[in-house]
Write a protein that binds this ligand. Structure first.
Ligand SMILES: *Cc1c(COP(=O)(O)O)cnc(C)c1O
Ligand code: SF4
Length: 374
């Protein structure tokens, strides 16, 4: 079993500062000079920072920056957060590929399914991922949510009895302080038809110190509450991240993971297997891996879907079943699972299936089975 990496705290930063999430937020890296303290930017990165300045700003927490390889621009952590020139040439990309704006009954609520919604309660994140689906809102003031706008969303849920599952996302809902988050969760919990609450947050990955014991106490008072986080690469499975997930699971919160399949980050069978097995060792269940959306400036991250299917086919039968996430394409009509076709078809009374290693099996399975004896 491999050792987990640890973040590299600079000698001049006191341990209690480093592990203080508000210190991390205040000391985020936002310019080339700040980045230079952590990595030696390549020519491409340097020029991209200049060229992209206003279009999609870069912001990185010192914690996450310390996981980057200072020498290697191909570092999978670095690729996720440092701008690259390739972001400038992606003709196919769209600002809102899932047409989320059209699926909003009220500001920042996205309803694709009858019984559940994604509620983008916040437009801020600890750092900005270069491939972010919600690029159009992250860090943009027009998508910020005022308290009365949050209240309008809560009121809509209260008046819509079909909604039994509310997913708080963003941006990142854990950027809120405990008081604001507590108010929001309490308001939703008081709605009788809301059965489960979910949080989608990348902070266990990008700022694990946000997951304080006080936060876990707060969250555990709103059960059943589920958390999904977003690890993409084994290098992110640090001691600190594992400790954050451990605090959440000890508070009775089931923790799942959603990754994005990203070229040059995790589009490789061995990397994906190491990631998924590392998550399971942290008691985090790999849930979804998303096909990267047709989003402007992210063409260099996209992987052909057939290649993605092969990666997950390679895991089947070769690791614990619950270490294997579902590979999905998100569409305006909902998420579509992408899988190798294990079900080959029917031949008379038999159904032919393919095992993980390619062997075929015929399962007797007549279409009109005999009536059960009464
Ligand atoms: C992903 C998503 C959900 C939750 O989907 P599950 O498959 O239940 O995890 C709900 N609403 C929207 C708009 C989503 O994108
Ligand atoms: S944490 Fe999520 S919402 Fe925030 S920038 Fe990254 S992908 Fe986008």
């Amino acid at each position: 079993m491999s050792e987990r990496p640890r973040s590299r705290r600079p000698a001049e930063v006191a341990p209690e500062e480093w592990s203080d999430w508000s210190w991390q937020m205040r000391h985020r890296i936002r310019d080339a000079a700040g980045l230079g303290a952590w990595i030696d930017p390549s020519d491409d990165e340097r020029r991209a920072i200049d060229a992209l300045g206003d279009r999609f700003r870069f912001v990185i927490t010192p914690y996450y920056a310390s996981l980057m390889d200072p020498e290697d621009p191909a570092c999978p952590v670095r690729r996720q957060v440092v701008p690259r020139l390739a972001e400038l040439d992606d003709a196919a990309g769209l600002a809102d590929p899932l047409d989320e704006v059209a699926h909003s009954p009220v500001k920042n609520i996205v309803r694709v399914y009858p019984d559940r919604i994604a509620f983008c309660v916040n437009n801020e994140c600890a750092l900005y991922c270069r491939y972010c689906l919600r690029k159009r809102m992250v860090g943009e003031p027009e998508w910020a949510m005022k308290k009365r706008e949050l209240q309008a969303g809560i009121d809509w849920v209260r008046e819509t009895p079909e909604i039994r599952d509310v997913l708080l996302t963003g941006g990142d809902p854990l950027i809120f302080n405990d008081e604001r988050l507590g108010w929001l969760l309490e308001s939703l919990r008081s709605i009788p038809h809301v059965e489960i609450l979910r949080l989608g947050t990348r902070l266990p990955v990008t700022l694990p110190f946000r997951v304080t014991p006080a936060l876990c106490d707060l969250l555990s008072s709103f059960h059943p509450l589920w958390v999904n986080t977003h690890f993409n690469h084994p290098k992110e499975l640090s001691e600190e991240a594992a400790a954050a997930c451990d605090r959440l699971t000890r508070a009775g919160i089931p923790v799942g993971n959603q990754s994005v399949l990203l070229r040059g980050v995790n589009d490789d069978e061995r990397v994906m297997k190491t990631l998924c097995e590392g998550l399971v060792r942290m008691r985090v269940r790999p849930y979804y891996v998303y096909q990267a959306q047709l989003l402007e400036g992210t063409g260099h991250f996209r992987v052909p879907i057939e290649r993605g299917v092969e990666i997950f086919r390679a895991l089947r039968g070769r690791t614990s079943g619950f270490a294997i996430p579902t590979y999905v394409l998100d569409t305006p009509y909902g998420k579509v699972p992408l899988s190798h076709p294990y079900l080959k078809g029917r031949e008379g009374d038999d159904v032919v299936v393919e095992a993980y290693d390619g062997r075929l099996w015929r399962e007797p399975n007549p279409l009109d089975p005999p009536e059960p004896a009464s």
